[in-house]
Design a protein around this ligand. Structure first.
Ligand code: UDP
Length: 468
């Protein structure tokens, strides 16, 4: 019998919503006392994200969703100064709508007994929903779509704020963060931390995370053993639940067959896959350097290129003259790729990636070693962790970030060197990644670390209702 209602508040961002809804499905699979309603907030400026959100929340008939009325977004200047602060401010404006929807649509019942409010599970950017939970006397839980390492950085910001009282500069000393064995250099902090508004909004999130009844992380204990232990052993933090990897279900893509057929013609473990996430577009000079590196390296490659909106010309005009012709027997250039299937393919040997957390988990799931080229969000910290702490990736860059600077180009020699390194059969990252692939599958199986952690989460959710 269903009697415990969980409210999910995801951020309308492609990389966040999918894993959160996967968590909802897992919870429903595991305990039939739970029911779940997603409160849907529309992205103010990204229609593609809104379509994805609608598709994802409608993908399982067991999950209800309520569309919250659209709010006026904050002034554009705020987004120019800090997109992160703009977004958090926008979400904050939904607090009263969220409360209203919970009380009037979700908990009201025409047919007898209303379900108990088991809590609000919110995404990183929706930490202001802790106020709604507090108002309703209900528990709140953070769903963290990135790893435990970066969560430690988020939780560290309020501490640093007391000590330092201002945003980061590149000259700042390394930060001693509990989830990293190595002090974390300022150069791998997210761009938002270098901006007063962005930093303050991150400090605010970190404080709210500490007010919750639990932090649910899309990771598994074996992947981030040090970081997870650090969070678990801190008596000032809420309990931690590592329930991942929560991976996106396979989707149909136009052009998928052609890519997979091409891969199937390549020898086992011979192809370097390059893909930079949903927003990883490079300008023409950078594309040129990548092409040169691929040509010189002589390895097979599958390269997913996202063209920046500033470029309206075709790939033939951007890539070095004759590149496609000269590499046609060993390389393929494409747009959006079926990444999970590519990583699963026996021909794929290495993944040159922007180190988005979903991409990282997907690479590990398939035991594919990575080469790090972070671009935006928390990717620099992920790259640093993958190279310095986990030994799962070859360093190309850990501190690259998107800037307006036209000199900000990674040169072909560097790219070629990193590709050579990851393709060396004896490189220990290859063995480590393979082992991690096995561990990630074990974690989800009955008796595995994530399976058990999810059970603890469910028990605690039920227990916490009784306390409130
Ligand atoms: N993705 C894909 N094909 C592409 C680019 C990305 O399927 O060509 C998927 C990828 O498998 C992952 C997600 O999009 O699930 C990207 O998420 P991630 O957190 O790695 O990066 P983001 O796009 O959020 O920066």
């Amino acid at each position: 019998m269903k009697n415990a209602e969980l409210l999910f508040v995801p951020a309308p961002m492609v990389g966040h919503i999918v894993s959160m809804v996967e968590l909802a499905k897992l919870l429903l699979d595991r305990d039939d006392r739970l029911s779940i309603t997603v409160l849907v907030i529309k992205h103010p400026a990204d229609p593609i994200a809104n379509t994805v959100v609608q598709n994802v929340v409608s993908s399982d008939a067991r999950i209800r969703h309520v569309d919250l009325p659209e709010m006026e977004p904050p002034p554009e200047e705020m987004a120019v100064k800090s997109p992160e602060n703009y977004f958090a401010t926008y979400i904050k404006s939904y607090r009263s709508h969220a409360k209203h929807a919970i009380v009037n649509s979700v908990l009201s019942s025409d047919s007898g007994e209303a379900p108990a409010l088991a809590g609000i599970v919110f995404d990183f950017f929706c930490s202001s929903m802790v106020d709604v939970a507090n108002d309703l006397g209900a528990p709140s839980y953070l769903f963290y779509a990135s790893g435990a390492g970066f969560l430690g950085i988020n939780l560290y910001y309020p501490i640093r704020e007391i000590l330092v009282g201002r945003e980061y500069t590149l000259l700042d000393p390394d930060s001693v963060v509990s989830t990293f064995a190595t002090p974390v250099p300022a150069r791998v902090m997210p761009t938002a931390a270098f901006n007063d508004d962005g930093y303050r909004s991150f400090v605010e999130h970190g404080k709210k995370f500490r007010e919750t009844k639990g932090m649910i992380i899309n990771t598994f204990a074996e992947l981030e053993a040090y970081a997870v232990k650090a969070l678990e052993s801190d008596p000032d933090l809420p309990p931690v639940y590592t329930v991942g990897p929560l991976l996106a279900p396979q989707k149909e893509h136009a052009g998928k067959e052609e890519i997979i057929n091409w891969l199937s013609e390549q020898p086992p473990s011979s192809v370097v896959f390059l893909c930079f996430g949903s927003q990883g577009a490079f300008e023409a000079p950078q594309i040129h350097q990548i092409a040169t590196a691929l040509e010189r390296s002589g390895h097979r490659f599958l390269w997913s290129i996202r063209w920046p909106s500033s470029l309206t010309i075709s790939e033939n005009q951007i890539l070095p003259a004759g590149f496609l012709e000269r590499t046609k027997l060993r390389g393929k250039v494409c747009g959006w790729t079926p990444q999970m299937e590519v990583l699963a393919h026996r021909a794929t040997a290495a993944f040159l990636s922007h180190c988005g957390w979903n991409s990282t988990l997907e690479s590990m799931w398939h035991g594919v070693p990575m080469v790090t080229w972070p671009i935006y969000a928390e990717q620099q910290a992920n790259a640093f962790q993958l190279v310095k702490e986990l030994g799962l990736a070859v360093e190309l860059r850990v501190d690259y970030r998107r800037t307006q600077d036209s000199e900000n180009v990674v040169m072909a020699e560097e790219i070629e060197k990193a590709i050579e390194s990851v393709m060396e059969a004896e490189n220990p990252v290859r063995k480590r990644a393979k082992e991690m692939g096995e561990m990630s599958r074990k974690a989800l199986k009955e008796g595995g670390s994530s399976f058990i952690s999810l059970q603890h989460l469910i028990e605690d959710i039920i227990h916490n209702i009784k306390l409130c």
